[in-house]
Design a protein around this ligand. Sequence first.
Ligand SMILES: [Zn+2]
Length: 479
Amino acid sequence: MSLNLTTKLPLRALLSAATRAGPRRCAPAASLQKNAATTLAVVRRFWTSTPHAATPARQEHLVHDASNAGQLDGKPARHVAVNIDGDPRVFDTVFLRDSCTCAQCVNPDSKQKLFQTSDIPEDLEGACRTVVDKEKGWVVELVWKNDVPGYGVEHRTRHSIDWLRRALTTELELRGGVRSDERVLWDREIITKNNKWVDYKAYMAEDEVLFDALSHLNKYGLLFLKNVPDSEEGVVDIAGRIGTLKDTFYGRTWDVKSKPHAENIAYTNVFLGLHMDLLYTSNPPHLQLLHSLRARAPKGESFFSDSFHAAHTLHSRSAFHFRTLCTFPVTYHYHHDNHHYHYTRPTIELFPYPKYSEPTNLAIRNINWSPPFQGPFEARIGGENQSALRNYLSASNSFEKLLSSEENMYEYRLEEGECVIFDNRRVLHARRAFDASKGERWLKGAYVDDDVFFSKLRVLEERYKGNWIADGVTRPAVK
Ligand SMILES: [Zn+2]
């Protein structure tokens, strides 16, 4: 039966513990009183069925805190108070039951949940006590009344005090709108000083190099690789190191070459202004990779600009312009014979923040800026909202000036064997015109989705940093 039950108190210690007065770690929230005789009976029945030896180290710990241990605290209740760092913290038993990780509840191999939240009876009640688990350390162990149908009386749920503490912290931080954000906003000077160049072989072979590279990419939204093999598969390998490539109607990889009568402005040799890719789709790519295979045409420099930096500057100069860009809907489209994409979004998207509080760090989720792919405005084009479009015109003009100002743009001409990776929802890219008649220019591109990137980053963060971030909240690595 009990699957995580790996240590036990010596019965003598248990008996003395149960009769000794002292602070307890958990109790029904409604009443902190208990019936010692009943408790003892349950405890004895409980432990005699689970014979395991405690390690010496654990026993020391147990003796030290024996007054808390092993007691089943009172009658089952819908809410249970667990003593965490000296304070009774109340948990709903539905939460404690729902997050049970025993092998009856979560398949140890697939890690998939074996029951549904909706299966939990509304009259579920739990009684808990504190015990020591070999793997989890101090845990509260719950016995269930009116458990999920199909679960026997022997079913036990164990949560470490550590895990419960973290659950509370995460809940508080999510509710409070905490946003852990490691991004460094940059202008030309800052990025010139901080740019990172990573050797292709090291990036491909060493996980620590990859972690360092992806962390940097997450911070600055820009990363360069050098010594990339002269192969059309180079960009596939680089993206594949992060995860699955994002396939689009441009293909799994695509070529940026000059060609006549191009259906996309990117395939010509003219100047291509600051923009982001695929804003006419519901989930534009997070990362864009461009590998230079041929750079024999003069000019054709690339430009990059941190739109988050520009948005912050805009906010400091005109909160009104900033708010206009957060709300005014801009339509993007790609409308050709066989493709018709259409999506409307504001220029600046913020993370939600708690009501009645101004965001202190301007928690920007995404910026959307892609003038070449704009379609006609569809909302607020006149009538009742006569000033809205004028406000947008004025705000977008100020924003554009910041984006393309010389002190904010980073210019670089990608040489053969180099690859740039950038955050397509933050760092804008542009290209200067080049002379296609004087030589070949060929970039091979690929995209990676946000889910894929953050999954890889979290795996590496867990391994090398001991914590990971989701929804802006930092969580310790799972033991
Ligand atoms: Zn379970």
